[in-house]
Design a protein around this ligand. Structure first.
Ligand code: FPP
Length: 225
């Protein structure tokens, strides 16, 4: 039986959700952050899920209007501060992937503190992909290996990526688009793909449960016959 050990989600559709309701796009991100909590709590209580990786800010998202980028940065900072009790209650270890060097010292400090305070939690690892791009992560991994004088192969490569998370089992994208958008390129090599038209602020644990049930019925051959 397939096991959904590592679930990765491209959380798309916040802006459209807000615009459809006559609200500013940033309100969609606010609602989206609440959904992050609901889905994380569901995964923490689902014994088979060990890792939940969420695409929160891509290397391309800097191209958005400055007010939206600034809002997302503040939201993240505020959200991490207020989520700590949820992480501790639900046994969630917080992890990040991506190049954090472009974030403000305050946000970097908040991220480091949240990682440190949750490092012993062991029911779920929640990974936020921040200033993340799959190609960027691979290039940085190759550089690290070169600097360490290590000859890369398929078995030692992951050790040079931003975090040791293992392969993705289910890659979900909300919001109706059907593409990977530079997410987890190395780890998603054999991921089962799920696309839904549901906008991220409307995504529910029930829909995730339906996807996990469908995943159980998929035949995963990993290249074999
Ligand atoms: C995509 O929707 C979403 C993002 C670029 C950011 C994701 C952020 C959140 C879910 C909220 C903040 C998260 C945390 C962890 C605090 P979009 O804006 O591209 O939507 P659209 O395609 O409808 O325009």
């Amino acid at each position: 039986m397939n096991r959904a050990r590592h679930i990765a989600i491209i959380m798309d559709g916040n802006g459209r959700w807000a615009v459809q309701r006559g609200m500013q796009r940033i309100r969609g991100h606010e609602r989206g952050a609440e959904v992050v909590r609901e889905i994380t709590t569901y995964c923490a209580q689902h014994p088979e899920v060990e890792v939940l990786t969420l695409y929160a800010f891509s290397t391309e998202n800097w191209k958005r209007p400055k007010v939206e980028v600034d809002f997302l940065m503040r939201l993240l900072d505020r959200w991490l501060a207020q989520e700590l009790p949820t992480y501790q209650r639900e046994g969630v270890r917080f992890e990040v992937i991506g190049d954090l060097s472009k974030f403000s010292p305050q946000l970097q400090e908040r991220i480091a503190m949240t990682r440190e305070k949750t490092q012993h939690n062991d029911r779920l690892t929640q990974v936020l992909a921040l200033n993340y791009g799959g190609r960027d992560e691979i290039v940085r991994a190759c550089r690290k290996a070169c600097q360490a004088g290590v000859e890369l192969d398929e078995t030692n490569f992951e050790a040079f990526l931003d975090a040791n998370l293992g392969d993705v089992d289910m890659l979900i994208r909300t919001g109706g688009e059907q593409r990977i958008s530079n997410f987890l390129l190395w780890r998603a090599a054999y991921a089962e793909l799920f696309f839904t038209k549901t906008l991220w602020p409307d995504f529910t644990p029930e829909e995730l449960a339906q996807m996990i049930a469908a995943f159980k019925g998929r035949e995963r051959r990993f290249g074999a016959i």
